[in-house]
Write a new protein. Structure first.
Length: 238
């Protein structure tokens, strides 16, 4: 597939073509526990926060979101810390390569693999905006390896296992790429100017991770629109 040229905007978010200095704090990862190394929750989001949460990407039935807990219950299982979708529903780890899936009347589509899906982002934004002083001034990281845009020549910043293009805009604009292109990926990383929290996702995951204050994480865990689990910075991401 021929890649489209990267324009000055990604939806309403502005593509930063200068040095990605605002992301420097994310690139300074410390070795050892909690340092945000590869294969950890803090490596997907950012290290140094007081609390973390794992937000599960829903499965679907006829295009409508389905919670993991509902699917798991149909198989006589429960969702707990470290839950993995393929184990809950009894499919191979490499289930995305298969063609047969689903349970009649319960689910017919696996959770979206990749950065935060729009249905999750819509529920996250109202909670996040209450926990930052700078919701109109945010930064975002987009993996330059997604196939639809050619970011050749645009500076990137490194995160564990990825190189990210820096974007800027208001938190309310994070969903704007899909309003232009329904197949567009949302940014992998979101953080406000005051660094009150950081949202992280990845092309290989079916969960989004959030680091922030205990109050923010408590709010996410209590929000009925989200299916959320507590997480620790050194947990493996799924």
């Amino acid at each position: 597939m021929e890649r489209e040229a990267a324009y000055k905007r990604y939806g309403s978010l502005r593509v930063c073509t200068g040095e990605p200095g605002p992301a420097d704090w994310l690139t300074r990862r410390a070795p050892g526990p909690g340092g945000g190394g590869f294969g950890t929750v803090a490596g997907v989001a950012a290290p140094g926060f007081a609390a973390y949460a794992r937000v599960l990407h829903p499965a679907a039935l006829d295009g409508r979101p389905v919670r993991w807990s509902r699917a798991a219950a149909a198989y006589g299982r429960t969702v707990g810390p470290g839950a993995q979708w393929h184990r809950l529903v009894g499919v191979p780890r490499a289930y995305h390569n298969g063609s047969e899936h689903g349970l009649a009347g319960v689910w017919d589509e696996h959770p979206a693999q990749g950065p935060t899906p729009p249905v999750v982002a819509e529920a996250l934004v109202p909670v996040l905006v209450r926990h930052t002083r700078t919701p109109r001034h945010c930064w975002f990281g987009l993996w330059e390896g997604y196939g639809r845009r050619d970011f050749a020549g645009v500076p990137t910043f490194p995160t564990p296992g990825r190189d990210e293009v820096l974007l800027r805009g208001a938190l309310s604009e994070v969903l704007s790429p899909v309003s232009v292109d329904e197949f567009a990926e949302l940014p992998d990383l979101w953080w406000p100017e005051d660094r009150a929290w950081c949202v992280g996702g990845d092309v290989d995951l079916v969960s989004t991770y959030v680091g922030g204050s205990p109050e923010l994480i408590a709010g996410l865990l209590a929000d009925p629109r989200l299916e959320t689990l507590p997480a620790s910075p050194d947990d493996p991401p799924y």
